[in-house]
Design a protein around this ligand. Structure first.
Ligand code: ADP
Ligand code: MG
Length: 729
């Protein structure tokens, strides 16, 4: 017997073990048994040959139609040319110097043929494919071919699917499956197979019903192990001590509420109450606040921060960019008014101070702000990554707020948390809408709150695609529209994917994945509009006479702050910028956004970007300028963004275009993902059930003392990259 952790070498030859390790990353008996077939061929059912994609490595079941031997033209020797068929479509097989194939293959025979699809003279063909005829005898594989379904594995040229099938069979015969990671009661409640049975059915099924039952069980297991890990983390967090933070009646928060210039939305009320209840607990809050762009998360966070300041503690607000940190400081200081000016003339008794810490502040400013943080004079400390530095100290850090959470890793969140003498409460905020299942998985160790409605009186944003490839004259109309808007006292953003013509990267721009760029079949890098070229072009051309400014990540923090200030106070009418304005920038008077080369950006990014306009009483307009052709994938993406304002629908669209591994951050690192069958978008019910079961189990048996198999599975998960990614969220 061999345990699932044993190296493959224990049960098969060195050579085989090596090929499996190098080609498919399969090192242990367990790895091999978790290498599931990609699909199943039915005996007698031929693979449709017309659907083969050039350059794919394929395994097809087909029937030999014709065998010819022809001399090679350029060299000595012969080649065997074979045509195989699925009954209608054809595929050519060419064997060089393998004349014995003539004896092996004859018309009417059926078998599996594996290789990379190439094209020769307009015909698809496999060159020197590996073959496995159904009639071959004395082969361990035959038995399964004769009876049930034939598993087709992800394979390599060196090690075709039938060799994998043979190896799997050996493993199934000798494996000791150990303690099942899925407890018996859980299996019983959901009608799931035991592990050994599921692995047999997935590899050696007689029927598709068996495959289905196996998949259900294996999928549930993937979801369950992950949810157990998350439930453990929630439990561990709940067991930590924290200081309860409760607002004083008639204190700072009450004073702030009394002077708030607008009514809170119902959603803001509900979410605030959830947060206040958490803050009043003696264990730390870990809450995710999700809310559409413009839903008013800042004021919710501010009321939480004031609650902590009220009780004598401090709150830190971490923002991903300098522009955003500066804006938060400006907004919060304005909203607080004299309540944020403790120590200054005319401030209220209850007042506190707001400190700002960014990377490139002048030394004197920085020293003053550091002092305010360390002494406790500042109840609210706002900053970028600069907040995380060692010399930043707090008198009593009670709450950490992380804005635009997806921009930070957990190390950063933790670095800030560590500055509290007791574990502070944590509120993370994101405007990137997350489908429920992804939230349950990727953010599963956080409680979540949602802001769904926008503040009343918001006019919706209209989005149009401007196809300049087909209609170049429309560009003129775009700039005319910009002038009209400015003429009415409004302001405009012009967004470019690049800073300068020669720049190939920009730390604040998220470049679309290669596959997005290549989606149109247009693989040459396109030039992409650049801020430093577009600004003079506009200022001397179609927007001559308007006050045009630029903003991008390579400017110094003082310059950025200055430009944003001038845009906020209206002295700049047009801002030509990179995606530095993507997150959180809030200028209600800005109503039009022109995105140049919009196809350079991803779906969620465009949705975020357009959230910068239509934030006030005036309707917003977003123009997505592109030179891509109608019907291309890139163009469909833009049409998708233009067709809906539903961030969740767009997030789905975004996710559907990526592979599951990418969603979870397992980017081709060579390590195996433990999500093999589970699909986050499709398997919502499974994930929800698994979460319930996991929570129930951890409540009953927090250390999993009676569940060795599960403990092992959770450990293995923690070892994978995916867990690394979970750490980062
Ligand atoms: P986001 O959730 O995208 O971070 P913000 O917090 O920046 O949104 O809020 C967007 C704008 O809406 C800000 O100008 C803010 O002052 C305003 N706002 C927030 N809540 C309300 C409300 N209840 N009524 C009216 N305006 C509001
Ligand atoms: Mg925001």
């Amino acid at each position: 017997m061999a345990s699932l952790n044993d190296p493959l070498r224990r049960i098969m030859g060195d050579a085989t073990a090596k090929v499996l390790a190098s080609g498919l990353n399969i090192a242990t008996v367990g790895d091999l048994l978790r290498h599931y077939p990609r699909r199943y061929a039915e005996r007698g059912v031929l693979t449709p040959l017309n659907e083969l994609v050039v350059d794919d490595y394929v395994t097809v079941m087909a029937e030999v139609a014709k065998v010819d031997v022809v001399p090679m033209r350029q060299r000595k020797g012969k080649m065997v040319k074979v045509v195989v068929t699925d009954g209608s479509g054809k595929l050519h097989l060419t064997f060089f110097n393998q004349q014995w194939r003539v004896k092996q293959l004859s018309p009417g025979m059926r078998g599996l043929f594996a290789g990379k699809v190439g094209v020769f003279r307009g015909q698809r063909q496999l060159t020197n494919p590996q073959t496995q005829l159904l009639e071959d005898e004395g082969d361990a594989y035959d038995e399964s071919m004769l009876t049930g379904l034939i598993p087709v594995y992800p394979a390599t040229t060196k090690f075709p699917t039938w060799n994998i099938a043979k190896a799997v069979r050996v493993a199934l015969d000798v494996a000791d499956f150990g303690d099942d990671p899925l407890p018996e009661e859980v299996r019983a409640r959901h009608g799931l197979l035991p592990l050994s049975q599921a692995l047999r059915f997935v590899h050696l099924p007689d029927t598709f019903d068996q495959v289905k039952a196996a998949h259900e069980r294996l999928k549930f297991e993937e979801a369950f192990v992950l949810q157990v890990l998350l439930a453990q983390r929630r439990a561990a967090a709940a067991a930590q001590p924290a200081t309860a933070r409760i607002a004083v009646a008639g204190g700072l928060r009450d004073a702030f509420d009394a002077q708030l210039p607008f009514e809170l939305t119902a959603g803001q009320q509900v979410v605030s109450d959830e947060i206040f209840a958490d803050l009043a607990q003696t264990h730390p809050m870990h809450r995710l606040l999700q809310g559409e762009v413009g839903s008013g998360k800042t004021v919710v966070a501010l009321r939480a921060m004031l609650t902590v300041a009220d009780s004598g503690g401090q709150a830190a607000l971490l923002a991903p960019t300098e522009v955003l940190a500066q804006q938060h400081a400006r907004t919060i200081r304005t909203l607080l008014g004299s309540l944020g000016q403790a120590g200054e003339l005319g401030s209220a008794d209850t007042a506190t101070r707001v400190a700002l810490l960014t990377g490139s502040q002048g030394a004197a400013t920085r020293r003053a702000n550091l002092l305010d943080a360390a002494s406790g004079a500042a109840g609210i400390v706002i900053g970028t990554h600069a907040l995380l530095q060692e010399n930043v100290q707090f008198a009593d850090l009670g709450l950490v707020v992380v804005d635009e959470q997806h921009r930070f890793g957990v190390e950063q969140r933790d670095a800030l948390r560590a500055k509290g003498s007791t574990p502070p409460h944590v509120l993370v905020m994101t405007a990137t809408p997350i489908p429920r299942t992804v939230a349950m998985t990727v953010y599963g160790d956080l409680e979540t709150s949602m802001l769904t409605e926008l503040p009343a009186g918001r006019a919706p944003i209209q989005t149009n695609v401007v196809p300049v490839g087909e209609k170049p004259q429309w560009m003129e109309r775009v700039w005319q529209r910009v002038r009209e808007e400015v003429g009415q006292g409004r302001q405009v953003y012009v967004v470019c994917p690049k800073i300068s013509g020669d720049s190939t990267s920009d730390d604040e721009v998220e470049w679309p994945a290669d596959d997005l760029l290549e989606g149109d079949g247009d693989k040459k890098p396109r030039r992409g509009a650049a801020v430093e070229e577009v600004e003079p072009m506009l200022a001397d051309g179609p927007l001559a006479g308007l006050a045009v400014g630029v903003l991008h990540g390579r400017m110094t923090s003082d310059d950025k702050d200055e430009v944003m200030r001038r845009f906020v106070d209206g002295s700049l009418q047009v801002l030509v910028a990179t995606t530095v304005i993507e997150v959180g920038v809030d200028v209600p008077n800005a109503t039009v956004m022109v995105v140049l080369d919009a196809d350079w950006f991803g779906v969620s990014q465009l949705h975020q970007l357009r959230g910068r306009v239509g934030r006030g009483e005036h309707a917003g307009l977003c123009l997505l300028v592109t030179s891509t052709d109608a019907g291309t994938e890139a163009r469909e993406r833009l049409d998708g963004v233009a067709s809906t304002l539903d961030g969740v629908a767009l997030a789905r669209l975004d996710l559907e275009q990526r592979r599951e591994g990418d969603v979870l951050g397992v980017v081709q690192s060579g390590r195996r993902s433990s999500l093999r069958l589970l699909k986050l978008l499709r398997d919502e019910d499974t994930i929800a059930d698994a979460r319930d079961e996991a929570t129930r189990l951890i409540d009953l048996d927090p250390t999993l003392s009676a569940h060795d198999g599960l403990v092992a599975a959770v450990h293995e998960l923690v070892d994978t990259d995916r867990a690394d990614y979970l750490e980062k969220t």
